[in-house]
Structures are given as C-alpha cells and as structure tokens.
Ligand binder design. Sequence first.
Ligand code: ZN
Length: 393
Amino acid sequence: MRMFFVALAGIILTNNLTAQNLPNPTGGNNALTNLTCDFGPRNVAGASKFHKGLDYGVGGLYGSANAVEGGAIDLYRENDANNSYIGVGNFRYRHVHVGTIADANGNIIWDYRINSAPNYQLLIIREVRNGVLTTANVYVNGTYVDPQGKPSTTYNDLLTNMTVALRQIATQGDLIFKARAYPSGPHLHLERVNTRENPLSFMSRTNANDPTINLSLKHNSSNVATEFTGDIIYGNVIVETEENTDPACDFDNLQLQVNCNGQTVKSFSYSYTGANQMFYAAGANNRNGLSNIAEHNILFALTDEQEIREATGIGIYPIRHVQSHNFFKYGFNSEQTIATSTLARGFQYPDGQYTIRVIGTDVGTPARSTTRELIRIIDNLRPYIHSRQPKDI
Ligand SMILES: [Zn+2]
C-alpha cells in the first residue's frame, strides 16, 4: 500500500510539472495577459453565472489565437453558430469565425467550411510569404471528398496552386482561431474539453500574490447584515468572506472551518474545480451554475460592494463585471438544535469559545493560500436576554 501511494504521488507531480508550461493563446509573457473574464462564478448581465472557461481579448473582430498545446483537432459540429469552436487536444477555442476572412489585399487567409453532404469540416489557413499567397495548413474532420467526388487525404488549393496533406493533428502554437462577431464582443473563450478544470491551472502564469481574504461575522439587523461588536456571537451568524485575487487571478477554493475546543464542528468548502465543484455536469442547472450542495446554491447579482456587505442572503456575491473579487456568505446557526443533544434547548453548538477560520486558495502549482480566523464566544441565550421588553421587568 505504501508503495502504491509513493508511485501515485510521483505520477501526479510529474503531470503537474509538465502541465504548467502552456503558453498564452493570445501571446504575452504569461497566461494572464489579455485575460478579461476568469473561471468561476460571475455577475455579468446575460451571461452564464458560472463561467467554465477563460475569456481573452484578441484585438477585435477576426483577432487571432494559437493552440496552447498540440493534439487531435475537433472542428465545430454544433448548430449554435455563436458557440462555434475548434478543439485541439484537451482545449476548446470558442466563438470562432465560421466562413472566410480576407486580408487587406483581398486574399482569403481563413476559410472554415462546414459541409453537410458529405459530412466533413475543413479549416484552410493561408498566409502571404514573400508576397505570395501560400497554403499554410489545412485541417480536416470527417472524410474530405474532392471536387471529382473522390475521398481524399490531400487538398488541392486552387487559390495557391498547392496540394497539401490534410491534417488531423494540430501543433502547439498553430494559428487555430479567428474571433467571430459575437454579440457581447469578439473574444476567445478558452475551456478544457471537460469544462471542469480551470485552464489557468495548466498554463504558465505569474503568481506572486497570495489571495486577499477578509473575514467578518454579522447578524441580521432589520435586513441589514451588521457586524457583531465585541467577542460574543449568537443566533444566525452570517460568516462573510471577501476574496480578491486580482491581479494574480484566479481563485479556486474557499474552505470554512468552525472549531470548538480544537474539534471541527462544521466544515464546508466552495470549490470551483475538482470533484465537488459548484455546478452540475449537465442540464439546465449547468448554465446557471447551480450546485448540488444546497448551501452553495444562490448566486446573487448585486451591483456594488456596500450593497453586498449589507446583504443578508446566504450564497455567493460576485461583484458586477469584476473578476476575481467575490464575497461568500455562509449561514452558521449557533442555535441549531438536534434531538440527541443533552444541552438545554437541544443546542448542537453549546456555549463556549469557537474559532471560525477560512482558507482561500488560488489555482496553480504551487497554489497560494491565505488563512483568516476569528476567535469568538458563542452565547446562545444572549439574544433572548436582549429582546426582553421593559414591561416584563
Ligand atoms: Zn467565456
């Protein structure tokens, strides 16, 4: 058993090391250059609530991107043209232009064809070399049938008078993407084929900053989340965490632990990636980014930070149009009762000293973490003393 563990650790380490060197599809020194929207929950009008990839600016309509890794090519076969993509290996490049693009001199330098009968797709890429239009690459999915009706593994390009071998494999760095006129603006959406992994965790990135994590404990006071003053907390405690990884994008996980006398009495995590990540794999919920864990389930769409700080709803609050800066509100009910409790009123969490700790972690190898904790006294009966009216005395 010990040998197995050692071997497994070795494999994971090796994969991580080799997986961290992928370049930025749009150029730049690291994967953060040109990044406009990161992976995870977001608050963008008209867009999915859980963003399952990275958005990159590519310089406008027909802007280019290159393959971050080589692999088998997968040309778009969906009906929704706005979600058109080209896949290479484990990555997809979404919102690609389908059809032709001409350069300033009228040369057709991009020709992405989806042919239904017979069923094949071609991506023809040309470039001007020394003043001569040249066929650079022709990729294929399915069986290409030439104008004479014969299946062929080569393409006879009449525009360049060249015959080239059709490729089913792209190489790292190949030009693979030109941005279409997407409704919210042309851009590259880069995602893993499984949509469950953050592409940034595979790409070279500058990661010199730990996540910023703030922790505060609040109660609902006339529908305004209000911070407890002093060391005593009670009732429905709103555990509010603010995380901010900008500009070192990208956040990945928030763990919450409530300890009493050194024992963990409650633990919980919000995960953007991995086995327990926040969204379902399929169905309508997928688009909304809803979780299979009830306490994760609400993504709020408030606009500004003050509104968010005062909000009492339990869930996640991405700031509108801001990436890598989210608030989490978790409900910890100190008065929660259980039938097996031997304490007065059946409290699950007896009076005493508690440590509330949050650990925020970003993606990357090594991942960087920040821990914040508060030590407070739970006094479950306190709210009842507080609410006594003068007439009772
Ligand atoms: Zn996107």
